[in-house]
Design a protein around this ligand. Structure first.
Ligand code: HAM
Length: 407
């Protein structure tokens, strides 16, 4: 056992795992960039107030916060929307609109850890600033959907809702909003029924929560009320994105309003939500105007788990070439050959343990080298090396200048 272990809910990643993660990350970035989003980065820690202002009780309870040496209350970021809005207010207000930014970073929540839920996890997400046209919101949702599909995931389910409709239904019922929103967010239907028992309109409210068909919304609302969500859904079809209407999306964070959405990987069970987002308002409480804002974040770790569950074949990393110098006088020559090949973009490892040829080639095999370059002094004097195909065992002499042709 090691004397000190990692904190609960955090993880280490092996080189194999990191290669998989980087490969998926790269694909996701490509899709964000194909929609015109550009990457930003913000600090891992922020002033605690940034999150207490509008993120909602849940997230505050879950936030890692501490006093620094001069007594400031700081927090490890639980998410990246509030930091992005702070950054926007400080530096990006003058940028042309719509402003499209994306981010990839670790977030921290003091959650109860389980598979797919960690205390340190990674989000890739984006914010769209300056437009709330229905086609803009539909494009935002399409971005989320296509980023997920672009990773190679097959089974994802998009649900779209409208918080205005949900909040006005709750208002009609006359119940305390934050508590019922929390129950709805957790899909705690028993809790909801208990809370609204005996209220006028309780049955209709439950029926509304279960409504999954746009045309049936007319039962509960006027045409005007449902026009916006109707329009966004229509644009979503134009983007070729399959969706279902879900009137019961509450979202855990307090800053949301208007159109909201979530994307799940049904294969994941309890922690199946891969993505959450929608329209929100944070700028006014940061001292800004009410420029429209919307965005979403994808749970990167859950995407990896979902891909593994679907049996996705992660791309193999580029092959490595191994150099074995025979005898001490060849070691410096091996260094210059390795440097030359690395300069050509080839991944090269050379013997750094002064092993015997047999042990050295065993090692080459274990690290997955497909080709070993064996450098003997007599051959080298003639400008030649031996290439060994590690799969077939076949060997051939080639000229030093020709090596890269064979790799
Ligand atoms: P969120 O729904 O709290 O939204 O988080 C987004 C995603 O992060 C979740 O759907 C989930 O996949 C992942 N996630 C959350 N908590 C954990 C955890 N403890 N372990 C692993 N994955 C987790 C937001 O954070 C908003 N800022 C999204 C947004 C951006 N809204 C507007 N713009």
């Amino acid at each position: 056992m090691v004397a000190v272990s990692k904190p609960r809910g955090t993880r280490d990643f092996t080189p194999d795992e990191m290669e998989r993660r980087r490969a998926v990350e790269k694909k996701m970035r490509q899709v964000f960039e194909s929609y015109g989003y550009r990457e930003i980065a913000t600090p891992t820690m922020e002033h605690m107030e940034l999150f207490t202002m509008k993120s909602g009780e849940g997230i505050i309870d879950e936030t890692y916060s501490f006093h620094d040496k001069s007594g400031r209350m700081l927090a490890l970021r639980p998410e990246l929307t509030a930091p992005t809005m702070r950054f926007y207010m400080e530096k990006m207000r003058m940028s042309p609109k719509p402003l499209k930014v994306y981010y990839f970073g670790n977030c921290f929540r003091y959650d109860r850890p389980q598979k797919g839920r960690y205390r340190e996890f990674w989000q890739m997400g984006c914010e769209l600033i300056g437009t709330d046209k229905p086609e803009a919101i539909a494009e935002l949702i399409a971005t989320a959907y296509h980023v997920l599909k672009g990773t190679g995931l097959k089974d994802v389910k998009l649900r779209v809702g409208d918080l205005e409709l949900l909040r006005s239904s709750i208002k009609k019922l006359g119940v305390e909003s934050p508590e019922i929103m929390r129950l709805i967010d957790k899909s705690d239907y028993e809790g909801i029924e208990k809370m609204i028992e005996g209220k006028e309109g309780a049955d209709e409210f439950m029926e509304f929560l279960n409504c999954r068909d746009f045309n049936s919304l007319g039962k509960f609302f006027d045409e005007n009320d449902v026009e916006r969500i109707g329009s966004v859904l229509e644009w979503l079809s134009a983007f070729g994105v399959p969706y279902v209407l879900d009137t019961s999306i509450a979202r855990g964070l307090d800053y949301y309003r208007g159109i909201v959405f979530e994307i799940d990987a049904p294969s994941l069970g309890a922690e199946k939500q891969l993505c959450g987002g929608g329209e929100y308002s944070l700028l006014p409480i940061l001292g800004g105007d009410d420029t429209p804002t919307s965005g979403f974040a994808l749970g990167f770790d859950r995407i990896i788990i979902a891909l593994e569950k679907e049996g996705y074949e992660f791309p193999l990393p580029p092959e490595i070439v191994y150099i074995h110098p025979i005898g001490d006088e060849m070691r410096k020559e091996a260094v210059s050959l390795a440097t030359e090949l690395r300069g050509k973009g080839i991944k090269v490892e050379m013997d750094l343990m002064r092993r015997s040829m047999q042990k050295s080639l065993q090692y080459a095999d274990r690290i997955g080298a497909k080709v070993a370059i064996i450098m003997g002094p007599d051959e080298w004097a003639k400008g030649m090396v031996t290439l060994k195909n590690m799969e077939t065992g076949e060997q051939k002499e080639v000229e030093r200048e020709e090596i890269s042709k064979f790799l």
